[in-house]
Write a protein that binds this ligand. Structure first.
Ligand code: MF3
Ligand code: CO
Ligand code: CO
Length: 256
């Protein structure tokens, strides 16, 4: 993996901060309004309405042809699930929403996974383990450290919780484009990666499975990613700014 990275200017960071804050607000509002009985298509439409009301527009819609406003990934779907009118959300489901908003030519990108009832011990291990892996990754994101240090922290937490680590999809730089260098994997073994410096904006986003690491792409829609073994999967994503001291979590809001 190359050491390529983007250091944003103070003017860009102002706009990125605002975009991230708006995106986090929309994420929390979608999570609050999501309920069993509605379809994932309903939820996507609702998300589109909330994003437009925020003054921004979806950073995902039409991105490489992506058809939804947000990504809605239920149960064994890892990432990039598309809202469907025939998919009714039930109280037994776990739902991941991933939200991207472009506002004033800056971008926010954040995700979380939630259920509707008291979780079983395995579901709790999956949700809490993935959330903790994100937090451990954030704690490692200090100036002078390397991308590898973030990856190692995420991976260590995943393995401690006996969760599978998805390797095909990774975190990334963000801010002006949705995906900027560097890549931020949730596993190690690629060298040190980029050195972290103030002004870098990173999306850290562990995608962890109750079963094995392996995933498969839906050959019909070419977007939906599922666990190969059918096990449940969770995804949490925050956007952070590298500073002189502790990282600033730009998508920190009510629900996470
Ligand atoms: N939100 C995803 C990420 O965290 C990217 C979604 S791309 C899309 O990087 F095309 F599916 F929207
Ligand atoms: Co995302
Ligand atoms: Co992302």
């Amino acid at each position: 993996m190359s050491g390529k990275r983007i250091i944003h200017t103070p003017e860009e960071i102002k706009r990125i901060r605002r975009a991230a804050e708006v995106t986090a607000g929309v994420r929390d509002e979608i999570a609050r309004l999501a309920h069993p009985g509605m379809t994932t298509f309903d939820l996507d439409q609702l998300a589109g309405t909330l994003i437009n009301a925020s003054g921004g527009r979806s950073a995902f819609k039409n991105y490489h042809g992506y058809p939804g406003y947000i990504c809605i990934s239920v149960n064994d779907v890892v990432v990039h699930g598309i809202g469907r009118p025939d998919q009714i959300i039930t109280e037994d489901d776990i739902v991941s929403i991933d939200v991207g908003v472009n506002i004033d030519n800056a971008i926010g990108d954040t995700a979380l996974t939630f259920g509707f009832k008291e979780p079983s011990s395995d579901v709790k291990r999956l949700l809490e383990g993935t959330r903790q892996a994100l937090m451990d990754g954030i704690a490692a994101a200090r100036r002078g450290a390397y991308v590898r240090d973030i990856s190692a922290a995420v991976e260590k937490c995943a393995r401690r919780n006996k969760l599978g680590v998805v390797r095909e999809y990774v975190g990334h730089g963000c801010g002006i484009q949705l995906h900027e260098p560097p890549e931020v994997p949730n596993y190690t073994g690629f060298g040190k990666g980029a050195r972290l410096e103030p002004g870098m904006v990173l999306c850290i986003e562990p995608m962890l499975n109750l079963g094995t690491d392996s995933v498969k792409l839906d050959r019909k829609d070419n977007w939906t990613v599922r666990t190969a073994d059918g096990s449940l999967s969770a995804h949490f994503e925050h956007m952070i700014l590298i500073t002189e001291n502790e990282p600033e979590v730009l998508t920190w809001q009510k629900t996470m």
